[in-house]
Ligand binder design. Structure first.
Ligand code: CAA
Length: 290
């Protein structure tokens, strides 16, 4: 059965971006948040992003409006009973994800495929909270999902071949590019990217160079679109701190331990763009001040 109706649980930065990509590709989207104000915030983010797509000439206003009309919000998971695929993008806390899927498992028919957008947690640990571990996989999008073409399809030990095939087709219909990988810490991209981020913070701690010069070196020397500090601020100091903790727990290798500065920035609430201060400072619109 081809996927037509998509459910998104968690309508934050990633959830709203994923919802938008699905709606732009013609899917009917139902997004769930715990409070109406988070639904309103997510829809505002979608409106802003669609306006950018229209402004850059990649979509007409009418087509953007039709995409926007395909996204509906709800505060209840019971409304997900007619979904063919549910993608979860809630907080990176294993118990929160397991609870969501436990409830979805009772609500959705056996045919519904479940996917988690987790960037660090073991897919299998979430999958076994359901009775459909064969129809469960990781579906890892990158920020911002509208621009970033890659989606990692993460195959847990229990994921069936039919589920991987259905998700490959789905990602292709989104106009994105799938890669398939095993359920290992960091999958492909974060396994390679996180060490760069953590080493950049350690280099800063050791006084190797300034934030600005480390970012400049990586952008001009490696042609990365953002330097490591710009990227940590963009994705969130809290996310990077949590991801490093998960990897350290898994590998027990100091290479993955979050550097002291990252932990202190997290504790201080210096989370990057979303809090107005991280390695750089930002205005209300998220534009860099320094
Ligand atoms: N919605 C719609 N369009 C957007 C957008 C958004 N949120 N953000 C950027 N764009 C579009 C812009 O409109 C622009 O389009 P045109 O070229 O057609 O005009 C284009 O993208 C480029 O944007 P900008 O000119 O504003 O700025 P930029 O060239 O600096 O690009 C960027 C911004 C795309 C974010 C770029 O800096 C980039 O690719 N950065 C790296 C992002 C990255 O590495 N993401 C992965 C993070 S890791 C992750 O997500 C996984 C995890 O597990 C934590």
């Amino acid at each position: 059965m081809a996927i037509q109706k998509v459910g998104i649980v968690g309508f934050g930065q990633m959830g709203s971006g994923i919802a938008q990509v699905c709606a732009m590709a013609g899917f009917d989207v139902l997004a769930r948040e715990i409070d109406q104000k988070f639904i309103d915030n997510g829809l505002k983010r979608v409106d802003g992003s669609l306006a950018r797509v229209v402004k850059s000439g990649k979509m007409t206003e009418d087509v953007a409006k039709a995409a926007r009309d395909r996204i509906h919000g709800t505060t209840s998971l019971t409304a997900f009973a007619d979904r063919d695929l549910v993608i979860e993008a809630v907080i990176e806390v294993i118990d929160a994800k397991r609870e969501v899927f436990g409830e979805l498992d009772r609500v959705c028919p056996a045919t519904t495929i479940f996917a988690s957008n987790t960037s660090s947690l073991p897919i299998i640990e979430i999958a076994v909270a359901t009775k459909r571990a064969d129809r469960f996989a990781g579906l890892h999008f990158f920020n911002p999902p509208v621009v970033m073409q890659l989606v990692e399809i993460v195959r847990a030990l229990t994921t069936s071949e039919a589920t991987v095939t259905a998700l490959r087709e789905f990602v292709t219909r989104l106009g994105h590019q799938p890669v398939v990988c095993k359920d290992t810490p960091g999958f492909i991209v974060n396994r390679l990217m996180v060490p760069i981020m953590l080493e950049a913070v350690r280099a800063l701690e050791q006084g190797v160079a300034t934030v600005e010069d480390i970012d400049k070196a990586v952008k001009l020397g490696l042609r990365h679109p953002m330097g490591p500090f710009e990227l940590i601020d963009y994705t969130g100091v809290d996310i990077n701190y949590h991801v490093a903790n998960v990897f350290f727990e898994e590998f027990k290798d100091p290479k993955w331990a979050p550097p002291a500065l990252l932990k202190r920035m997290y504790l201080a609430g210096h989370l990057g763009v979303k809090s107005g201060k991280g390695f750089y400072e930002y205005d209300e619109q998220g534009k860099r001040k320094t």
